[in-house]
Design a protein around this ligand. Structure first.
Ligand SMILES: O=P(O)(O)OC[C@@H](O)[C@@H](O)c1c[nH]c2ccccc12
Length: 255
């Protein structure tokens, strides 16, 4: 199977933007993990960001926070999600990116976590509460298992820091498009062009835009600034409502 970076580059080479949906694993129960991933990959998404429910999701807005509460109430955690992924590993054809906070990883044990990632087809990892300065430990343990460590760049990062984050990031650079938490936004700052131009210039790997992107029009406009987009809250809401048309429309906008 291809790496995370290759999967994005292949889509770009075909003249399209990468589309990476975020799901809250086990929103609806652990048994929904498999059908949800298979549904999304059948729609032709580039990769899937698999969020692990957590009691203290500091970066998350109400939509994802509530999805996390539903998943936690259903008994979903890092361990049973990774075991679930491993159970249908042969059917997974897109790179999976696990999004979790550091505490569950530490409790799992770094080496054991890396092994479970490999067994579950995980190709990337986002841990928003591990800053760049502390991220080497993740790369050292996870890279030998084929897991890329994705770094986030915020709108407020100074140019010198943007360059360091871009150089350290693996798979892609996660460019956060707003100041604040996850969730649908009606509008974005109007100087994003400059920020993204600078970031794409500084980065040797693909740059994906995420946070607040919730409509097909926003997929188009944000996608134009970068190599693709990540859509979280809008996907989480559509999955919760069983609204597959909205998901299809969002994916189609990246083509
Ligand atoms: O929900 P939004 O606004 O579409 O944003 C993407 C986001 O949900 C997903 O990438 C994500 C969910 N939780 C996070 C925590 C940190 C960074 C990223 C995330």
């Amino acid at each position: 199977m291809t790496t995370l970076q290759q999967a994005i580059e292949q889509v770009n080479d075909a003249g399209q933007k990468a589309f990476v949906p975020y799901i809250m694993a086990g929103d609806g129960g652990l048994a929904t993990v498999k059908p949800t991933i298979l549904q999304l990959q059948a729609l032709g998404v580039t990769a899937i960001e698999v969020g692990i429910p957590f009691t203290d999701p500091v970066a998350d807005g109400p939509t994802i926070e509530q999805a996390g509460e539903r998943a936690l109430a259903a008994g979903v955690n890092l361990r049973n999600v990774l075991a679930e992924l491993a159970s249908f590993r042969e059917e997974i054809t897109v790179p999976l990116v696990i999004m979790t906070y550091f505490n569950p990883v530490l409790a799992y044990g770094l080496e054991a976590f890396a092994q479970s990632c490999e067994a579950g087809g995980v190709k990337g990892l986002i841990v928003p509460d591990v800053p760049l300065e502390e991220s080497a430990i993740l790369r050292e343990v996870l890279n030998p298992y084929g897991v890329a460590i994705v770094q986030l760049v915020s709108l407020t990062s100074p140019p010198e820091r943007i360059a360091r984050i871009a150089a350290a990031s693996q798979g892609f650079v996660y460019a956060v498009t707003v100041n604040g938490i996850t969730g649908a936004r009606a509008s974005f700052a109007n100087d994003l062009d400059h920020h993204f131009a600078q970031l794409c210039e500084a980065s040797a790997i693909p740059v994906l835009a995420g946070f607040g992107i919730s409509t097909p029009a926003q997929v188009v406009s944000m996608g134009a600034l970068a190599n693709g987009v990540i859509v979280g809250s809008a996907i989480v809401t559509a999955l919760h409502n069983g609204d597959s048309q909205t998901i299809e429309d969002l994916v189609a906008a990246s083509r």
